[in-house]
Write a protein that binds this ligand. Structure first.
Ligand code: NAD
Length: 252
């Protein structure tokens, strides 16, 4: 088994908190040098906390919604990683809940921009570098809403459906060049993004929980194993896959 990530260099967007912080920790624990990208002051702090043991964890701060800033953010990541990237985790994401009839246009643009367009542009930049070395692992964070439509989150489901299709499209072009492009589709996970369901819509929270065969919501720890596997050479024949981690929800 080749699950070891020693000597590998990884970029993890959204790695300052939530699910992608857990993924960044797992890649680092498996030996990778990691740069986390986030838009808040917590990004530096998270990198310091994670990077106590070797190899290094670096922070790059920037707003990934801003198309114009993406080139600069990627260049900075490459600089701190010494000019090579082996693993890209496209994890930064956002959510907005509203009835479709009232859904504000600016929120539609924001969700689609961060959750889908940024995934494409960063993959494009990383893909160019990976193709030079004929080696790379791109892991997109999709969702169960890549498979079903849910309610009151039309921009989110459109973006995550897009992430699943983009994963396959990039895999088709890049698998022949030595790059594996896959997606993890988390189910209902306890994070900042979903805490309002428990706080404001408790009946819905209970209904969801009762439908999860595992009997509980997921956590970042539940994603660690698959993230390391997909980032490793043990998964070198897996590409274009969108893999759910949902406590059995989709199967019910
Ligand atoms: N929580 C769930 O139930 C769930 C389910 C399926 C998929 N996901 C996906 O997992 C990923 C992580 O979400 P989470 O649940 O950990 O939520 P979270 O809100 O805790 O984390 C979101 C991350 O994205 C970063 N981010 C947000 N806007 C940004 C911006 N403009 N620029 C740079 N970084 C920005 C944040 O800093 C944070 O690190 C997202 O793509 C989300 O869609 C979450």
């Amino acid at each position: 088994m080749q699950l070891d990530l020693n000597g590998k260099k990884a970029i993890v967007t959204g790695g300052s908190r939530g699910l992608c912080r857990s993924i960044a920790e797992a890649l680092h624990d498996s030996g990778a040098e990691v740069v986390i990208v986030g838009h808040s002051e917590f990004t530096e702090k998270a990198a310091r906390e994670m990077g106590i043991s070797k190899p290094a964890v670096y922070a790059v701060t920037g707003n990934l919604e801003n198309r114009e800033a993406l080139g600069e953010i990627f260049t900075e990541c490459m600089k701190v990683l010494g000019g090579r990237v082996d693993i890209l985790v496209n994890g930064a994401g956002t959510q907005f809940r509203s009835d479709a009839v009232d859904f504000p246009a600016e929120e539609w643009e924001k969700v689609l921009s961060l959750n889908l367009s940024t995934v494409f542009y960063l993959s494009q930049m990383a893909g160019k570098e990976m193709i030079k070395h004929k080696y790379g692992k791109i892991i997109n964070i999709a969702s169960m809403t890549s498979f079903f439509g849910s309610c009151r989150i039309p921009a989110y489901v459109a973006s995550k459906g897009g992430v699943a299709q983009l994963t396959k499209a990039l895999s088709n072009e890049w698998a022949p060049k030595g790059i594996n492009v896959n997606a993890i589709a988390p189910g209902y996970m306890q994070t900042n993004m979903t805490k309002d369901i428990k706080e404001k819509f408790y009946a819905q929270y209970q209904e969801i929980t009762s439908r999860i065969p595992a009997g509980r919501w997921g956590t970042g720890d539940d994603l660690k194993g698959l993230a390391v596997f997909l980032a490793s050479d043990a998964a070198s024949y897996i590409s274009g896959a969108v893999i759910p981690i949902d406590g059995g929800y989709l199967g019910k």
